[in-house]
Design a protein around this ligand. Structure first.
Ligand code: BGC
Length: 367
């Protein structure tokens, strides 16, 4: 007989925007090929805030509620029948997207889904990880070394920039001389900061641009990694291009569709601009179309969108987190500016906080 355990979780009702609350959910015993994971902590991100505002997302079939959370670290509690390569007590994280029947998904790349009928845990059609316990197929579970426990919930947001840089390098196979020397990161939220650390850990000369003037916690982190923080409220983007070397790569994670087009102009010849901001809403702006087009054509520039991440990016992100620790002990963890539990006010826990970079919800389970 299958038994289940009732645990506490953080949920929204997608059809009723604005309310985030603690609920309970029955977690079944892991079936064949599945593992049960005791959740240690889960990161909160901009996507969660969009979900809470009712702008995106939908619950699993047959449920009004959607359990939030897609940035998780936990430990394996129970192994279902037939699970190999994982042991009770292993520290793990879990991928987000589950495939549909399209050619890309069937070829093992759900992050490149053609039909967009995938599900995403904690976002689209599947419960997420903000629960005391979760069950997942072992195929989507990624082992993490114990020493990375304090930062392992950042694996998932890091995969977003891992994929971006991987895509840029794949695209640049078009060039005989490709050598990523200079990069600009647009935005100093968690994705921009993880992108900055990733590029710096690979020795790339990196400039991270954000509106807020220094000093601020994000600017400190950028500087500590050896990158240069530039406030766009103090220096106009147009002037900046003239002062920097040819920009080989821009990671656009500002969240502003206007900055996307400004980035096209800033991008150096033969460069790649990777767009990572999912800009909700319906903003419109005037853009100099002829000028931008000429700069892209004459400069052999590439603009590419990138979302989610593949298994390879998870493996690379775990390796990168280790490299970050070796290079800058404790720096990645300093991104965690606020910690909450299920007993705290969830509106604050999931809200954008002054000076905050990343909030996490602690679920216990021993760490
Ligand atoms: C997640 C991605 C996901 C995207 C769109 C992001 O917050 O990091 O994994 O694909 O939201 O739902």
């Amino acid at each position: 007989m299958t038994t289940s355990t009732t645990v506490r979780a953080v949920a929204i009702i997608p059809a009723q925007p604005g309310a985030v609350r603690v609920t309970t959910i029955d977690v079944p015993e892991p079936g064949p090929g599945e593992v049960e994971i005791g959740v240690i902590r889960v990161g909160v991100c901009g996507t969660d805030r969009e979900l809470i505002r009712g702008e995106i997302g939908f619950p699993p079939a047959g449920s009004d509620e959607l359990i939030l959370g897609h940035e998780v670290v936990g430990r394996v509690l129970t192994l279902g029948p037939g699970v190999t390569g994982l042991a009770i007590g292993d520290l793990v994280t879990v991928t987000v997207r589950r495939p549909d029947g399209c050619a890309a998904c069937q070829a093992g790349e759900p992050d490149m889904c053609l039909d967009r009928e995938y599900t995403e845990r904690g976002i689209a059609g599947a419960h997420g990880f903000m629960a005391e316990r979760i069950v997942e197929r072992q195929d989507w579970v990624v082992k993490v070394p114990d020493r990375l426990e304090p930062v392992a919930m950042l694996t998932e947001p890091l995969t977003v920039v891992e994929k971006a840089v991987r895509q840029a390098n794949l695209i640049q196979h078009r060039l005989n001389y490709w050598n990523l020397k200079t990069a600009v990161v647009m935005g100093a939220g968690p994705i921009g900061l993880l992108g900055t650390l990733l590029l710096r850990s690979r020795g790339v000369d990196t400039y991270t641009l954000a509106r807020t003037p220094a000093p601020n916690p994000a600017a400190e982190l950028v500087t500590a990694s050896g990158a240069t923080y530039i406030s766009t409220s103090e220096q106009a983007l147009g002037e900046l291009a003239a002062t920097l070397p040819n920009i080989d790569l821009i990671l656009e994670s500002s969240g502003s569709s206007q900055v996307v087009f400004e980035s096209m102009r800033l991008l150096g010849n033969n460069g790649v601009l990777v767009l990572l901001s999912l800009t909700g809403g319906h903003d419109t702006h005037e853009v100099p179309t002829a000028e931008l087009n000429t700069s892209l054509v004459a400069g052999n520039k590439v603009v590419v969108g990138s979302v989610n991440a593949g298994m390879v990016d998870f493996a690379n992100a775990v390796e990168s987190l280790g490299r970050f620790e070796d290079l800058w002990p404790g720096l990645t963890e300093s991104m965690i500016t606020h910690r909450f539990t299920l007993d705290d006010d969830l509106a604050s826990a999931t809200g954008k906080l002054p000076g905050g970079i990343k909030s996490v919800i602690e679920f216990g389970n021993g760490g």
